[in-house]
Every structure is written in structure tokens, then in C-alpha cells.
Design a binder for this molecule. Structure first.
Ligand code: SAH
Length: 697
């Protein structure tokens, strides 16, 4: 079956109708899936295997047959472990059809077809009985249904159902229990992902301070989880205000309740400070004794044990509804509220001489509804974007360049989503300022937010929002004037890959008739940069596994490879590289430039060449990013922040995702005296806005 899917092209902005076979989605899902990452997670695999062996032995010691229910079998791995450990029979449930098919093949290849029955169903659809999917209820329950937030993938309702209908009372569960830990911290860096800080602007007529509207101050933000590689957050970027505290745990061997609830713990800060953030992670005990433990604890919690790198489970950052000054030794209550799929936090101070009755009253205060953004800023700006807008160094670059190009009679048009440039341009003396937020018009365009924002800064009537797409701009929108300064960050919500923000160039082209002949465009140009790298760990997510704990999972590798090749040209994928360290193996290279002072040309822009490998290492792929040249000598980079050091260590822009093109084979340059090179061909098709690339090692 073919379907037509309509979408706006992120680079050109034009509406496209793509004919997609029904296979398309699942290829995307598999190509970008975490299966490879899970299979490379040695620590997880070894501990599951130990836990499964122990559970099978316990059941056998009781003289019972070991009947296993494996919910979400994926490749069939955990069922194969159970079968090898001596289980009598395994029911392997998998809802995702392509995976269930793969599991059948893998189970067969490993010789377990008579012991493992793969059932392509959601576990809640599975039936038990003589004619059912399962002959009888299982006495061992094995699952791996956890995300970084533990419950975000629906583990609780799945367990709740399984205990009611699919497993025996007193069953063994692997994992046996999960425990969620928290630590209260102060961190300007992480707090800057939720709040807009005041922005200081030196204007001709004195210092101006741009402040967020009061609605933003106490807004709880959005409920979506903020999961990051906390191990990449240097200890200098936060300060711990409490010890690590156990927040709650779930015993998977007993009936599980998924209904909304809350957990409360008492805390005493170990240090005075501003409570802003709750950092959280979990661990799982594979057996009841707690001897087989798999933990996501970050580096400062267990500094002696070796950290297992993984991307499928990381750590969570929760933002308190408001910042709370706390004193060392004071009595605090931290509440974790949860519904079926997500968790959020609240901090309360215990009142002086609190007694039991007050404590009960406190409980009644607990907010059980999940956070909903009331100020609308959290719908307009996501967390990295908040971080970017709060980046003072970046803002200063824009102020410096605006100051160079603005005059008192400037008619300024800004094209960027949710940008503060129009306010800066006004403060810096532009006579007339208009702005367009192209991606926001039809979807969430929040005029109330801007009204509140302008009101808080006495900017009503000073800045006009044009509610039209660039190609529909009319002279009346500009009060009959021509634009003398066209600005953009550029930033658009629809951008996934760095070059998608080239939409600014297309918008600039569309508004050309409205530009004065001597118009200044800021940025004046952009350039695409590239560097060959060796990843410390990220390579795992796209690397074949072959065998996993002795089981042949090559079918899975082939399936991923096939999905990656589904589109003729392999695509680059976005990753925030501050979370994924790599070593540069080549110098960074400027590969293409885009001249915003001119309109988008009809012809393609292409380049080819070769780049020398300077260091020993494995070439896992190429990293690509954009740099914007705001004015003479002033550039901002969305990728490398400075040249790599002598060892090749890189510092990446902490607010942006860079593009990563993984090479299909890895070369290892061993001998420095014999430098190898990577040849590349890169083509920017100005009609489709797509960048195609090819690398030869
Ligand atoms: N057990 C495998 C794969 C874990 S990934 C391993 O440990 O390597 C989780 C898998 O569970 C996914 O393939 C997902 O499609 C599946 N899944 C999640 N919830 C499910 C449910 N309730 N019923 C059936 N499959 C489920």
C-alpha cells in the first residue's frame, strides 16, 4: 500500500507530497532504533543472564516446571537466555511486527524453536488457556520495558495486566525490583533550560534589561522528560544540595498498580543554595537478594565502579516548578508524583514545629496533576533553545553585529522562530521592527506570549509580528516601506539537521521584492563545516553486534543494515555532541558556503575533495555543522566552539545538535607517518534543499 504524506520541507519551506510505502515508517524506526545499543550493553546483558539463571534455578529447586513469559522480546535475547538456563518453555511476546518476525528467525537460527514461541501481539491481547496463546500462566516474568524515566514506555500498565492475567501468584520476576533515586541540585546551566534569564543590552541611551513576563516565573513547564547523558555534565556545572535519596521502588514480582500516585521523602540539605533541579536515575536488582544490580548512577555517585556507556538508559533532569532557596540542615519534603507514564517533582518546606496534623495537611497540598505550561513560552522554546537564548556570549555576538549594521532610520525585518533579535534591534535604535516566525504561524503561534513579553518590557506597539509566510508578505505589512536590514539567527522549529536552518535563505529569496537595493542581510552568509571523528562510544548505536552473550543476532544486524539502505542515499542524523565525546581525526574543513546577500541560485552547490587523517584512530564518521557569519569578523558556530586541542578533544556548542554521518565501514589509521585520507563529495540541491553526501575511505 502507498500513502501520500504531506509535509513542509524543512529547508525550502515548500509543501511536498511524498509517496510513502507502508514500509517507510518501520524502516525509519529500525534504522534509528536502540536495539543495537541494547545488544552492545554488556553490563545489562550479563546481569539479565545472571538474574534469569538464578530465577530458573529457584523455580526448579521448588520442583516446578519453569514457564517463562518474556514481554517485549525484541530479538528474543532474554527468552534464549532463559531457554539456555534450562527453562522448560518460553512465551516471547513482541508487539512490533518486523521485530517479532526477526525474533522468529533468530530463535530458529540459535536452535530454540521448540522451546520458544514468539507471539506477535501486545501483551494485553495475549490469551491463556488450552486454545490460547499461552497454555498456562507463567511462573517466571522477564521484561525489559524501561526507558530513562523507568516508566515512560508503559512498564507499569504492562506489569499490572501481566500479574492479573498472565503469570502465577508468587512468580519470579527478572528484574525483581527497580528503585528510583534523586538528588537535589542547584545549576545555572540546567536551570537555563527552563527559564529565561534577564538579558542586558548596552544601548545608546543607557542599559536596557529584557525581562521575562511574570507568567513565566512560576510556570511548571512541560511534562516531557528531559533525559541526558549526565556523565558528560562537568561537576563545575552544578552543585549538589542533598545526598542521594531513594524516592520509590517497584517490586515486579508482586501485583503492580499503575494508577497515579505520589511518594514523599524528607530531606535535609547538606548545603545552602537555590533548589532548582532534581536529578534522577534508577537501578534494577535482577534477583531478590540485590546481589545482581544494574545501575544508571552517574559518575560522582559511585566513583570507583566502571561506568557502562549506554544511550537507551540515561539520567533524568526534572525542573522544580520554582526556584526555592534552602538552608543547610533545614527540613524539606520532596514529592514525586507520577501517572502511568511520567514523573514530576515538587519541593515543600516543613513549617516550624510541624506536627502530624500539619504533615497530613501537606499531603493534601500535593499537586497531582502533571505539569502543563501556562506561559506558553515552553511551547515556543524547547529546552536547548532556552539554553541558547540564555547564552550571553552568543547574545553579545548578535548585539555587536546588530550595532554595526543598524542605523536610526533602519527598517528591520527579522525572520526566525521565537527570536529575541527584534527586541535587540529595537533597543539598538532601529526605527521600525517587524518579525516573522514562519514555522509558528499555523501551529502554536502564541500571540498571548508575545503580548505578555512586550508588556513586561514596555514594548507594546514597538515591534510588529507579521502573521504571514514570507512568500505572502505584502507592502502593507511593512507600512509601504522597503526593508533596509534583514536579520535572522537563523533558527526554525522545523529544523532537525543543521542545514535545515538554510530556510532563512529561501525566506530571504521570497521576500526579495520588499528589500531595499542596499539592504544589509545579517547573517551575511553561512558555511557548512565537516570533520572526521572517532567517537568514544556513540559508534555503538550503529555498529553490528554479530553475537550477544553467545547468541547469534546477525539477523538483527542485517535488518538494521537493510533499513539504513532503504533510501538510496544514506542520511546524516542529528546528535547533540556535547553529550557524546569524540576525537577529531582530521582538521575541520569548510566545505560549502551560502551567500545570503544573494538569492538562492537555481543550480546545485557541490564540492568534492579529500581530507587528510592526522591522528591515529578509528574513523567512525563525519560530523557536519553550520557557522553563521553575522558581520565582518563576527561568526557564531553551531558546532565546534574552538579548534580541537592537540589530542583531538573537541568542544561542541551545548545548545545545538550536529549532523553525524556514520561510515558504513570503519578504517583504522594506525601509522601516523603514513597519513590516509577520506575523499568526500557533497551536493546541496537548491531545489529540494537536501544535502547528499558520499565518503570513500
Ligand atoms: N527484550 C529485548 C528487547 C527490549 S526492547 C532485549 O532485552 O534485548 C522492548 C521491546 O518491547 C520492544 O521491541 C517493544 O516493541 C516491545 N514491547 C513494549 N511493550 C510491549 C508490550 N506490552 N507487549 C509486547 N511488546 C512490547
Amino acid at each position: 500500500m502507498k500513502t501520500f504524506c504531506g509535509r513542509a520541507n524543512p529547508t525550502t519551506g515548500s509543501m511536498e507530497w511524498l509517496e510513502e510505502g507502508e514500509d517507510y515508517d518501520y524502516h525509519q524506526e529500525i534504522a534509528r532504533s536502540r536495539y543495537a545499543d541494547m545488544l552492545h550493553d554488556k553490563d545489562r546483558n550479563v546481569k539479565y543472564y545472571q538474574g534469569i539463571r538464578a530465577a530458573v534455578s529457584r523455580v526448579k529447586e521448588r520442583g516446578e516446571k519453569a514457564i517463562v513469559l518474556d514481554i517485549g522480546t525484541g530479538t528474543g535475547l532474554l527468552s534464549m537466555m532463559a531457554a539456555s538456563a534450562g527453562a522448560d518453555f518460553c512465551y516471547a511476546i513482541e508487539v512490533f511486527k518486523p521485530m517479532a518476525n526477526a525474533a522468529v528467525k533468530i530463535v530458529e537460527k540459535n536452535g530454540f524453536s521448540d522451546k520458544i514461541k514468539v507471539i506477535n501481539k501486545h501483551s494485553t491481547e495475549v490469551t491463556v488457556g488450552p486454545d490460547g496463546d499461552m497454555q498456562c500462566r507463567a511462573n517466571i516474568l522477564v521484561t525489559e520495558l524501561f526507558d530513562t524515566e523507568l516508566i515512560g514506555e508503559g512498564a507499569l500498565p504492562t506489569y499490572e495486566h501481566a500479574h492479573k492475567y498472565l503469570v502465577q501468584e508468587g512468580c519470579e520476576a527478572v528484574p525483581h525490583r527497580a528503585t528510583v533515586y534523586v538528588q537535589l541540585v542547584e545549576s545555572r546551566r540546567m536551570w537555563s533550560w527552563k527559564k529565561l534569564f534577564p538579558i542586558h543590552v548596552e544601548a545608546e541611551d543607557g542599559e536596557k534589561i529584557l525581562v521575562p513576563p511574570s507568567e513565566m516565573e512560576n510556570c511548571p513547564g512541560v511534562p516531557s522528560v528531559c533525559d541526558i547523558q549526565l556523565n558528560q555534565m562537568p561537576s563545575s556545572d552544578f552543585s549538589t544540595l542533598s545526598d542521594v535519596v531513594t524516592m520509590f521502588s517497584v517490586d515486579f514480582s508482586k501485583p503492580v498498580q499503575s494508577a497515579s500516585t505520589y511518594y514523599r521523602v524528607q530531606l535535609e540539605p547538606v548545603k545552602s543554595g537555590k533548589a532548582q533541579i532534581v536529578l534522577s536515575w534508577w537501578d534494577i536488582d535482577m534477583d531478590p537478594s540485590g546481589m545482581i544490580n544494574c545501575t544508571m548512577a552517574p559518575y560522582w555517585v559511585k566513583p570507583t565502579s566502571a561506568l557502562q556507556w549506554r544511550d537507551h538508559w540515561m539520567q533524568c533532569v526534572y525542573f522544580l516548578p520554582r526556584e526555592e532557596p534552602v538552608l543547610q540542615g533545614e527540613k524539606l519534603y520532596l514529592t514525586a508524583c507520577r501517572d502511568e507514564y511520567s514523573v514530576w517533582y515538587n519541593l515543600q518546606k516543613a513549617r516550624e514545629g510541624e506536627n502530624k496534623a500539619d504533615e497530613e495537611e501537606h499531603k493534601a497540598d500535593v499537586r497531582v496533576e502533571s505539569p502543563v505550561c501556562r506561559c506558553r513560552a515552553h511551547l515556543l522554546w524547547n529546552r536547548p533553545r532556552f539554553g541558547e537564548l540564555n547564552d550571553q556570549t552568543r547574545t553579545r555576538q548578535y548585539i555587536k553585529s546588530l550595532r554595526k549594521v543598524l542605523k536610526t532610520d533602519s527598517v528591520c525585518l527579522c525572520i526566525s522562530d521565537g527570536s529575541l533579535l527584534p527586541v535587540l534591534a529595537h533597543y539598538l535604535g532601529a526605527k521600525q521592527v517587524q518579525c516573522m516566525q514562519p514555522s509558528r504561524i499555523d501551529l502554536y503561534h502564541p500571540p498571548e506570549l508575545w503580548q505578555a513579553f512586550f508588556k513586561a518590557n514596555h514594548l507594546e506597539d514597538k515591534i510588529k509580528i507579521i502573521e504571514a509566510r514570507p512568500e505572502l508578505l505584502k507592502p502593507s505589512h511593512l507600512e509601504g516601506k522597503k526593508v533596509s536590514v534583514l536579520v535572522g539567527e537563523p533558527f526554525f522549529m522545523t529544523s532537525l539537521l543543521p542545514w535545515h536552518n538554510l530556510y532563512f535563505w529561501y525566506a530571504r529569496t521570497a521576500v526579495s521584492p520588499h528589500l531595499a537595493s542596499n539592504v544589509t542581510v545579517l547573517p551575511q552568509s553561512a558555511s557548512l563545516h565537516m570533520m572526521i571523528v572517532e567517537f568514544q562510544d556513540l559508534w555503538r548505536i550503529r555498529s553490528p553486534c554479530g553475537t550477544c552473550e553467545g547468541f547469534d543476532v546477525q539477523t538483527m544486524d542485517d535488518m538494521i543494515k537493510n533499513s539504513l539502505n532503504f533510501r538510496e542515499s544514506k542520511e546524516a542524523e542529528p546528535h547533540p555532541l556535547w553529550e557524546y565525546p569524540c576525537k577529531s581525526l582530521s582538521d575541520p574543513l569548510e566545505v560549502l558556503t551560502f551567500d545570503f546577500t544573494k538569492t538562492v541560485p537555481q543550480h546545485c552547490l557541490s564540492t568534492e575533495g579529500s581530507v587528510k587523517l592526522l591522528r591515529k584512530g578509528k574513523s567512525h564518521g563525519a560530523v557536519l555543522w553550520m557557522e553563521y557569519h553575522l558581520a565582518a569578523d563576527i561568526s557564531v558556530s553551531t558546532g565546534l566552539m574552538q579548534l580541537p586541542d592537540e589530542k583531538g578533544n573537541c568542544e561542541w556548542n551545548p545548545h545545538c545538535k550536529q549532523a553525524v554521518y556514520f561510515f558504513s565501514s570503519v578504517i583504522e589509521s594506525e601509522i601516523q607517518s603514513d597519513p590516509t585520507a577520506v575523499t568526500y563529495a557533497i551536493n546541496f540541491d537548491t531545489k529540494t534543499g537536501e544535502i547528499a553526501m558520499d565518503f570513500k575511505l
